[in-house]
Design a protein around this ligand. Structure first.
Ligand code: AMP
Length: 141
């Protein structure tokens, strides 16, 4: 399987499609999932063009893991979460729908189930507010 540079996350990286950005550094970008499975559901992607865990360079995967770790801590503080679920899907058989590697970081509340994948598009107002909360938690403001 080869990387398709026209996938939707590659377009987000190139600025061709907007996103609710939470964090960016030299190697990674984190933004809100527009169909969140939990409050503050965030996606962390590498800037390097990798399809999934089966083709990403180990050092690029390490950058993504480092950012996911950072987002997890900020998400716990931002949403007063009881826990965090982290998921990564590779290839269609693994549950992947968008073929640019991403790690899902999902804040969890005790007793609250995850919403089914891609079942509910969140409103821009809510997404903007959640992105602002995450950014504030990341900077400690
Ligand atoms: P998967 O490839 O199965 O790990 O999931 C892809 C995820 O991308 C789903 O949770 C979608 O809700 C999410 N998604 C799809 N398009 C966008 C977009 N334009 N911005 C943010 N999240 C998206």
């Amino acid at each position: 399987m080869t990387y398709d540079a026209n996938n939707i996350f590659a377009k987000i990286l190139r600025g061709e499609i907007p996103c609710y950005k939470v964090y960016e550094d030299d190697h990674t970008l984190a933004f809100l999932d527009i169909m969140p499975r939990s409050i503050g559901h965030t996606l962390v992607i590498p800037k390097a063009p990798a399809r999934n865990v089966l083709d990403i360079a180990p050092e690029d995967f390490a950058h993504v893991a480092r950012t996911a770790h950072k987002i997890a801590g900020a998400a716990k503080r931002a949403f007063n979460a009881d826990g965090i679920t982290i998921q990564q899907f590779s290839e269609q058989a693994g549950g992947q729908a968008v073929f640019h590697l991403h790690i899902h970081v999902m804040p969890r509340m005790l007793g609250v189930a995850l919403v089914p994948p891609m079942s509910n598009k969140e409103s821009p107002t809510v997404l903007e507010e959640h992105a602002a909360r995450l950014k504030a938690a990341l900077t400690g403001t």
